[in-house]
Design a protein around this ligand. Sequence first.
Ligand code: MN
Length: 247
Amino acid sequence: MKILVSNDDGYFAPGITLLAEALRQLGEVTVVAPERDRSGASNSLTLDRPLTVRRAANGYFSVNGTPTDCVHIAVTGLLDFTPDVVVSGVNLGANMGDDTIYSGTVAAAVEGYLLGIPSIAVSLASKAGEHFESAIGIALQMVERLRRQPFGEAVLLNVNVPDIAVPQLRGVEVTRLGKRHKAEPVVKLKTPRGETAYWIGPAGGAADAGPGTDFHAVESGKVSVTPLRMDLTHGNQLARAREWLAA
Ligand code: MN
């Protein structure tokens, strides 16, 4: 099995190293990841300049671009094979609800999915990063299952793992995305030259977080697995939009 690993925290991040080394027991692992932390890069592609790929001493490829650039380059020209699966992560921090819109971790998996490859984004749902082994174990299980039992259709899975020890995990739940409250206000700063600068504030807390959501599963000590799709069409509003335009 050929496994492409990427992330948005950068090719040096502990989460990607642990993930890539663990996945070697399931197949041939190639790492192509951003040269620096690109968390929040979403699905951006770099179109205004050529990108450079460097090979680190440990064999990992680093790219001076976004997570999406990394997977795009890897699959469309850098590698001389098509990966059987793309695994993105393990991200330091949750990617639940609205986070998935902004996440570079999810975006790397999205790019694999859009290129026709089964893809999985894996996030450790805390910034403490105390139990990466739990997320790594789950990632291994998911990829092993894909190898043994293909999903049968195009698939993009968003996985969030509580930051607790393996024996404390309370199973796996298939969930839908929850929703966050509006983001916290931007933080205003003064630069050394007296200009006002703005620093994007933290995401809002969980709002729609009831049973069945990713937030609820993780809060209950369960691994959350959400199948995602990329069609943004609001199907239920097609009729209303036609009616509104005709009025
Ligand atoms: Mn990140």
